[in-house]
Design a protein around this ligand. Sequence first.
Ligand code: AQP
Length: 330
Amino acid sequence: KPRVLSGIQPTSDSFHIGNYLGALRQWVALQDTADAFYCVVDLHAITVDHDPKVLHQRSRVSAAQLLALGVDPEKSALFVQSQVPEHPMLAWILGAETGFGEASRMTQFKDKSAKQERTTVGLFTYPILQAADILLYQTDQVPVGEDQRQHLELTRDLAIRFNGTYGQTFVVPEPHIVKETATIKDLAEPEKKMSKSSTSPRGCVYLLDEPGQVRKKIKSAVTDSDAEVRYDTEAKPGVSNLLNIYAALGNTTVEKLEAEYAGKGYGDFKGDLADVVADALAPIGARTKEFLADKAELDRILTAGAEKARHVAARTLAKAYKKVGFYPPV
Ligand code: AQP
């Protein structure tokens, strides 16, 4: 079975449909055919301003949401990154292999640091920790959105370089990116990706939004001044984004939707899309609440996931320690 790993940051009270369509849906699909490890990456979340109590709660809500979406702890190891100390330990080793110029080229750092009052070294070295997250599990495939492609490329470069210098140590991973939903755009600013830290309150549809909120956001989505439901990412980025969301959540295709809405206005199209999105999200909130209500069970799932993860991570770390000439971890 191929090994799969991916992570998500607990940086908001709810994930959004971009996270879901770009990555989380693939997490759920892959667990049937792969040996999967999925983590809530709280170490990454402290690289921007955070409140400790809020972070802790968000890690719990994140894990509950992943379970609600269908991550099955019987099939996949679901864990919180801070419970597996091998991650920052390998990141230190990989940091010593990373060129400063190479790390400086990461565009996500440029985007995220521009939004912060104070930029940390942690935000700068974030992609190196992400490389450690992936390489520790001898990962074959990493299901992510398009925005992570550059970080994956760095991870591959580091694995290849380390293997070249010290001998075969890490599997070189491949990104698993689904083209149609690789970047879901902000509904209010369709030239930007949908993001948890979006500045436009109506631009981001959260998985835990109430149906009324979902409908409002979809209906106020920015489109364009002609009234044709047609896929054209250059001329019609707003409508094209809505078509991608509709096709993915409505289990149909963009071509069928274009045919169905030919000659109809945006009003009908948005009204139907609002129903499709609201219906898709409705069960997620209720299921998340159920998983949150049983604290002992959620903790049990995460502890079991962390134990399974450590078992694999510790073996890889010991190998890397030996290769670079360290004393073995005790
Ligand atoms: N708009 C998007 N379209 C498709 N995929 C997306 N992802 C994020 N936004 C989109 C994918 O979701 C996974 C988890 O993302 P993350 O939590 O690691 O952080 P991020 O990419 O930085 O997501 P956000 O929403 O933009 O969060 P903030 O605002 O905290 O920076 C990843 O696989 C990502 O590709």
